[in-house]
Write a protein that binds this ligand. Structure first.
Ligand code: ATP
Ligand code: MG
Length: 452
């Protein structure tokens, strides 16, 4: 993640300091001012990548500053900070050019996620800019790979992005680049200047997702203390990325299908229809056919989404790309850690080319990151890959099994499941993949063993 130069304009000293600390800890440069006039001085003095702007300032109206700065410094992204009840105001700000808004109290994950997203978008738009001047294929330069298998995918991606699509289904194993492709497709299409809104359907319980997507009216249910704008509204004119759609509740799936077909919906508890123009990119790393067979995914939604299917191939089917992708990440992490790493040693190169990469590009990225961190010289040796699976060329269990004392089979199963959940950082899809079982089967086992 690159380093940003940020300005915080916030009159509440405590809030300003808290936000500053979060951003500093994330490695960014931060400058804090307490009113609009000092803000004006700061922006004319130095260039900021991002401004976090409180809307209620003692001297100048935050919205005035927003318009002023958005005009004068189009490359600076402005994120407004508002009280939770002011969401309609925040939406107003988005229309005036704010990149995003944060509701107070501003939470760490919220800020960092917004910045991460902003950086991804910045990178994509920088590339788009470059490619406008360059050859037209340079548009998706940051996506690395030139194997025939992958070239077909890229061709298809370009065609999809150039023709305004209404929905697109991205399939592929975990770590194959679905998130990256979704953002790139948005950035390449005619919607590029409109919002790209991302929602992970497995991260929230079904009831919350529904109000997240469609918004709600005050009083629609117990916790609905205020009106809330849904993501469909926020994404108007742009793209809504529904990640891990295989985990979406089946009742919500039919509602989603209806919204896709009609481009119209109601907020929960609302009485009037809201019309939107939103392109949908749905993604999953599950076998949808199996979900359909077990009644967890609606066939009609599948048909609708699958009008344009785009399948990202696993890395093991395009091993020719491994070296190029590894090089790409070496350049990134070598710079990040302030080193001058050129590549892998001979035996490390052989090892990464022999490995089957079940975690795909993400796993390769992580291995390179760790290698760059540990490397003492200009090349990463196979010890510095620190990767027993790679070095043995076998499965992780091969080496470790002797360490396990004899125990009841069920106990061993529990331990293995726990380990998989730990490795997957609690993500059930990933854990299921590691274990080679269906998510349902895993859920049953988790319940059985009382694992969270
Ligand atoms: N072809 C590629 N070139 C460069 N980087 C890539 C490529 N494919 C994936 N990546 C990078 O690999 C990482 C994992 O990709 P991404 O998060 O898009 O995977 P995903 O398919 O969405 O995985 P999941 O199903 O687990 O969400 C990201 O850092 C992404 O930028
Ligand atoms: Mg993803």
């Amino acid at each position: 993640m690159g380093k940003l130069n940020l300005l915080i304009v916030e009159d509440n000293l405590l809030v300003g300091a808290a936000v500053r600390d979060i951003l500093k800890a994330a490695g960014h440069d931060v400058f804090v001012v307490e009113n609009g006039e000092s803000g004006r001085r700061a922006v004319s003095d130095q260039t900021f990548n991002v401004i976090l702007l409180d809307l209620m300032l003692p001297d100048v109206d935050g919205q005035v500053l927003l318009e002023e700065w958005h005009q004068a410094y189009p490359d600076t992204q402005i994120i407004v900070m508002t009280a939770y009840g002011d969401i309609p105001l925040a939406v107003e700000c988005l229309k005036k050019g704010a990149y995003d808004f944060l509701t107070k109290p501003v939470e760490k994950v919220q800020i960092l996620k917004t910045l991460e997203h902003l950086q991804a978008v910045r990178k994509a738009s920088v590339l788009t800019e470059l490619s406008k001047r360059d050859a037209d294929t340079a548009e998706i330069q940051e996506i690395i790979g030139s194997s025939p298998e992958f070239n077909r995918t890229i061709d298809m991606t370009q065609r999809v992005a150039e023709n305004d699509f209404s929905c697109l289904f991205l399939k592929g194993e975990s770590g194959t680049g679905k998130g990256l492709f979704a953002r790139t497709i948005h950035k390449m299409g005619r919607r590029r200047d409109r919002p790209f809104v991302e929602v992970n359907c497995s991260a929230l319980p079904p009831t919350l997702i529904e109000s997240e997507l469609f918004g709600h009216r005050k009083g629609a249910f117990t916790d609905a203390k205020e009106d809330r704008v849904g993501l469909f509204e926020l994404a108007d004119g742009g793209t809504l990325f529904l990640d891990e759609i295989g985990d979406m509740d089946i009742a919500l799936q039919s509602k989603l299908l209806k919204v896709i077909e009609e481009q119209r919906f109601r907020r929960i508890g609302g009485t009037s229809d809201i019309t939107v123009d939103v392109a949908i990119i749905a993604a999953t790393n599950q076998h949808v056919e199996e979900l359909i067979a077990s009644n967890q995914f609606r066939l009609d939604l599948y048909y609708r989404l699958n009008v344009i299917p785009l399948e990202l191939p696993p890395l093991r089917d395009r091993m020719e790309d491994v070296d190029a992708i590894a090089k790409h990440f070496i350049a990134i992490y070598s710079r990040k850690f302030g080193k001058k790493i050129r590549g892998f040693s001979k035996s490390a190169t052989a090892a990464i080319n022999k490995y089957s990469w079940p975690g795909n590009v993400r796993e390769l990225r992580n291995v390179v990151e760790r290698g760059c961190l540990l490397a003492k010289g200009r090349t990463i040796s196979d010890e510095e890959l620190m990767f027993p699976e790679i070095r043995n060329g076998g499965t992780p269990a091969d080496g470790d099994i002797e360490c396990l004392p004899a125990m009841p089979l069920a106990k061993a199963e529990e331990l293995v499941i726990q380990a998989a959940m730990d490795d997957a950082e609690g993500n059930k899809n990933k854990a299921a993949k590691i274990l080679g079982v269906q998510r349902n089967a895993l859920s049953k086992k988790l319940e059985e063993y009382g694992i969270d």
